[in-house]
Ligand binder design. Structure first.
Ligand code: PRT
Ligand code: ZN
Length: 211
């Protein structure tokens, strides 16, 4: 019996995900350009996927575990179990508007068009603050939307803030704080759960050693 874990194939979470497994004493081959690999000293199979696909693979039980940003987990909305926060991939999902726009409160978003790759989370946020705005879903380069007249505001991931700054935007609402998390399929067998506990125990030890 093995646990199957899905991690990002390439991108911001790839390196840190591999590093975490290594720090847990799990030896795997670095898998760029590979679909999957096996750990040599732990019953773990590693799948390399696009981050957006990870929640569904875990939900479908093709993988038992996944490492992915909370932002993606929430947007997809599957009933996965968040087992552990991992302390990397930290960012926030924020609403930003052109620097020149007068902005006093969330009321100023009323009737505006908001461009985002996170329509579900943004819709939820707008409902919570009781604002009616139009959501324009776009899949990339969200920050250029106000400049080309597609929207008056955007909602996108921010870490340093330099992308917003370079595009003449200012951050006005924090919608979500996010970091990479370990998620699990909600129907693991007892045997799988036991292995998962072993893995989580090691992850917690790695985290403790860093504090
Ligand atoms: O190919 P694949 O689909 O797997 O990757 P991807 O391109 O969809 O995702 P990727 O690798 O960019 O990000 C993976 C995860 O990293 C995200 O889902 C977040 O959980 C996390 N993360 C942390 C970030 C950022 N920080 C981040 N800054 N993801 C994206 N960004 C982008 C943001 O969208 C914006 O374009 O970086 C830009 C802003 O950065 P600053 O530093 O200029 O503010
Ligand atoms: Zn992606």
């Amino acid at each position: 019996m093995k646990l199957r874990i899905a991690i990002q194939k390439s991108g911001r979470l790839h390196e840190d995900s591999i590093k975490l497994l290594k720090e847990c004493g799990i030896d795997i081959n670095n898998g760029v350009n590979k679909l999957k690999t096996e750990a040599t000293n732990f019953p773990l199979e590693v799948f390399f996927l696009r981050d957006d696909d990870i929640p569904q693979y875990v939900e479908d039980g093709v993988a038992d575990l996944g490492i992915v940003g909370e932002n993606v987990v929430l947007e997809k909305g599957y009933p996965l179990e968040t087992v552990e926060k991992l302390g990397f991939g930290k960012c926030r999902l924020a609403i930003a508007v052109p620097k020149s726009m007068a902005y006093n409160s969330v009321q100023d978003l009323h009737g505006k068009r908001i461009a985002t790759s996170y329509p579900v989370i943004v819709k939820d946020f707008l409902k919570k603050v009781n604002i009616e705005a139009e959501i324009h879903e776009i899949s990339g380069s969200v920050e250029i939307a106000p400049g080309i007249g597609l929207a008056e505001a955007i909602c996108d991931l921010v870490s340093s803030g330099s992308t917003l700054f370079m595009n003449g935007l200012k951050e006005v609402e924090n919608v979500l704080r996010s970091e990479a998390v370990l998620v699990a399929n909600s129907k693991l067998t007892e045997e799988q759960k036991q292995l998962l506990r072993k893995l989580v125990f090691r992850i917690q030890a790695v985290k403790k050693a860093k504090n």
